[in-house]
Design a protein around this ligand. Structure first.
Ligand SMILES: NC(=O)c1ccc[n+]([C@@H]2O[C@H](COP(=O)([O-])OP(=O)(O)OC[C@H]3O[C@@H](n4cnc5c(N)ncnc54)[C@H](OP(=O)(O)O)[C@@H]3O)[C@@H](O)[C@H]2O)c1
Length: 324
């Protein structure tokens, strides 16, 4: 490193080991190396994956560097580029997924380093940073899940866990395909989910979801997007709602595709993996007002540790956005 190439000290929310409480602190961030961008983040989106990773969800899957900056999703302005970067320039507004556990990098920070070939895309004019930061993980997961559902006009899909970040976008993508959406919701958010495109809401606190769906659709439905059940949980009850040829998608690796195939059900364990083109398309759709993102709360970076604690206890009604 030359004398000019010094680290900068930035505020970030880190964990020092798996399971540690998130901590706001100063960390050094080096200037970008070959192929890297330094992004000044203006907003970071909170996802359940962030605190699951902090608890060790990727332990054994990838090496982690500690201190590990929490968070994946973010939006901001390119502050500097390293040698060989051709796709981005300082001043570009960008958004995407910035989590890189191998290098301890994440989006709950004032600045983040990323690689130009990473999951980062330019933002369209007019899209606020907070909305862009709310998009990458939830929006891409919803989009890819609805693609996996292979819906046709008039098909019926149950979205289990529809009131959160993924669910609200998934309702809109399914409705855009001409499907009829059954969305689980408590009464406080039912009107909003119908406004987003749900055909019908199901209050899962008044009677079991499957019973209510079966009463309305005794011949079965075409797809289930399950955002709730975790591995080892009961997926049979919801999978039992599907017609032969139907699709069951889990975002929590709860399905057993082989077991479901024996019942003529297509099982998918979805891991979101948006391409740059998909990120650009999501942002364009949102900027054009065709995908509506509900921001539940906007909070300063100092409050991010408390927001993580709140997120762990559930009850999301949209996206929490951190403003570093
Ligand atoms: N595999 C992937 O690539 C991927 C990507 C994104 C997300 N995910 C996972 O997908 C899940 C959803 O993500 P998200 O970002 O949408 O989470 P979220 O924003 O926290 O939303 C979850 C929603 O589910 C509701 N809920 C909880 N228990 C329920 C139940 N029994 N029946 C119906 N609704 C219920 C919650 O509200 P109440 O608590 O008030 O009921 C909340 O509104 C998470 O487990 C996340 O880790 C996976």
């Amino acid at each position: 490193m030359t004398a000019e190439k010094r680290d900068i000290a930035v505020k970030a929310v880190i964990i020092t080991e798996f399971g540690a409480e998130p901590l706001l602190t100063d960390i050094p961030v080096p200037q970008p190396g070959p192929g890297e961008l330094l992004v000044r983040l203006h907003a970071a989106g909170l996802n359940p994956f962030d605190w699951k990773v902090a608890e060790g969800a990727l332990k054994g899957v990838a090496e982690h560097e500690f201190p590990l900056v929490m968070g994946s999703d973010g939006a901001g302005v390119v502050a500097d580029v390293g040698p060989g970067v051709t796709r981005f320039r300082p001043g570009d507004t960008v958004y995407g997924q910035f989590m890189d556990v191998r290098h301890g990098r994440g989006s709950y920070a004032e600045y983040v380093l990323t690689v130009e070939d990473g999951k980062v895309a330019r933002m369209p004019d007019g899209l606020p940073f907070s909305v862009a930061a709310a998009l990458p993980t939830a929006g891409a997961t919803a989009y890819q899940a609805i693609e996996a559902a292979r819906l046709d006009t008039g098909h019926v899909i149950l979205i289990n866990g529809a009131s959160g970040g993924v669910g609200q976008s998934a309702i809109q993508f399914a409705a855009l395909q001409g499907a009829r959406v059954l969305a689980t919701a408590t009464s406080d958010i039912a009107d909003h989910l119908r406004d987003l495109g749900a055909d019908r809401t199901i209050d899962f606190t008044s009677a079991p979801t499957a019973e209510q769906v079966l009463a309305a659709h005794p011949d079965g439905i075409d797809a289930v997007l399950d955002l709730i059940t975790h591995p080892g949980g009961d997926i049979d009850t919801l999978a039992g709602l599907l017609r032969p040829g139907g699709t069951f998608i889990s975002t929590n690796y709860a399905t057993d595709p082989e077991g479901l195939a024996a019942r003529e059900i297509h099982g998918v364990n979805l891991a979101n993996d948006p391409s740059r083109e998909e990120l650009e398309a999501l942002a364009a759709l949102t900027a054009a007002g065709r995908l509506r993102i509900t921001i539940d709360a906007e909070i300063p970076l100092d409050d991010a540790p408390a927001a993580v604690t709140r997120a762990r206890s559930g009850h999301a009604r949209g996206k929490t956005v951190i403003l570093p």
